[in-house]
Design a protein. Structure first.
Length: 346
């Protein structure tokens, strides 16, 4: 399939709606959906880690390694010389693991703790005090990843996807919505009337508001942070990245993808990264690896943060269908031409 990083077709899907695409043969399409159906059945009876293994197989083929697992991804990123939080893996009841987590907190002053097999921000907490960390980790019933807390200036999601016809790339900021009280209206009404918030974000924010909070009237001028992360499922929303900001990201991300392909001989066709910006006013001329911190490689991933951006929302259904068709073409190409069986963590 070749070295795809050298291809120049860095197109956003919403910019590619009018191009005539090669039609997928009926038998190939049926084969793809049969495979999806079988994978969905397998996932029903699998634990979380096995589920994402199955999804990675669908997106990138069998033998794609464990880059999609949270802990493994950060270890790989750091090994390649990119910025990822220092981390330890903590299993319930393991005293040595707990001591490592305490040492990490004492070293960095704050740690982020998240379930090894968690999703959508569930079960995540931060700790600044050793006693608080020990208490919480002693009362969990699943393995936790404890990471150096590195708050970003901006959260990004960057997606790079290859099919036999084109290379798609899109990126959006994960905007954490906030608003100011006016001393007259309830928090729920302030959210509903805010012209800057997308409808999808408003719906999620209001749904998650405790009833008592929803009916409170914030004092005039008080800033209210509505979410504490860039998680779109919690109410953050996407703002499309373009221009020099995107060029700076491309410089680092295409380099990372090349590193993954060349140093680890990977033949992945779909990459989705969650990362953060650590320095203001980064340009393509001066962007370096140290300007970004990587958090996760996301498989599977949703398109909602992208297709609800103002530039895309009008055609969101067409864009979603186009991307699904591209996933089909990539899967069919792998089926016909094969894919390298490699380990991305060796």
């Amino acid at each position: 399939m070749g070295n795809f990083v050298g291809r120049q077709e860095l197109v956003m899907p919403h910019e590619d709606l009018d191009r005539v695409k090669e039609k997928v043969a009926l038998l190939d399409r049926l084969s793809f959906f049969r495979h999806v159906f079988v994978d969905l059945m397998r996932m029903r009876f699998s634990n979380y880690e096995r589920k994402i293994d199955i999804c990675q197989g669908l997106f990138n083929g069998e033998g794609a390694g464990t880059i999609h697992r949270k802990f493994d991804f950060i270890e790989l990123i750091r090994k390649l010389g990119y910025r990822g939080p220092e981390q330890v893996l903590c299993f319930p009841g393991q005293t040595d693991d707990l001591e490592k987590a305490k040492a990490l907190l004492e070293k960095h002053g704050c740690v982020l703790c998240k379930p090894k097999d968690g999703q959508q921000g569930i079960g995540i907490f931060r700790c600044k005090e050793v006693a608080d960390l020990v208490f919480k980790l002693e009362n969990v019933n699943q393995p936790y990843i404890v990471q150096e807390y590195i708050p970003p200036i901006l959260d990004y999601r960057y997606v790079y996807h290859i099919d036999p016809e084109v290379t798609y790339r899109f990126c959006y900021k994960k905007v954490r919505p906030a608003l100011y009280g006016n001393g007259r209206e309830t928090l729920e009404k302030l959210i509903k009337d805010n012209a800057e918030l997308p409808p999808s974000s408003k719906k999620k924010l209001i749904k998650q508001l405790p009833e008592l909070e929803a009916h409170k009237i914030p004092e005039k001028g008080k800033r209210i942070e509505l979410v504490d992360s860039g998680n779109v499922s919690k109410g953050a929303y996407g703002a499309l990245v373009t221009g020099d900001e995107l060029a700076a990201l491309d410089k680092i991300m295409l380099g990372l993808i090349a590193d993954l392909q060349e140093a680890h001989q990977s033949r992945l066709t779909t990459f989705c990264f969650d990362l953060g910006l650590l320095r203001d006013n980064v340009s393509a001329d001066d962007a370096t690896k140290d300007d970004y911190v990587f958090y996760e490689y996301q498989i599977p991933f949703g398109l909602s943060g992208y297709i609800t951006a103002p530039e895309v929302e009008e055609n969101k259904t067409r864009v979603a269908r186009l991307f699904m068709g591209s996933l089909q073409r990539s899967w069919i190409s792998r089926k016909k031409h094969g894919a390298a069986r490699v380990s991305l963590t060796d």
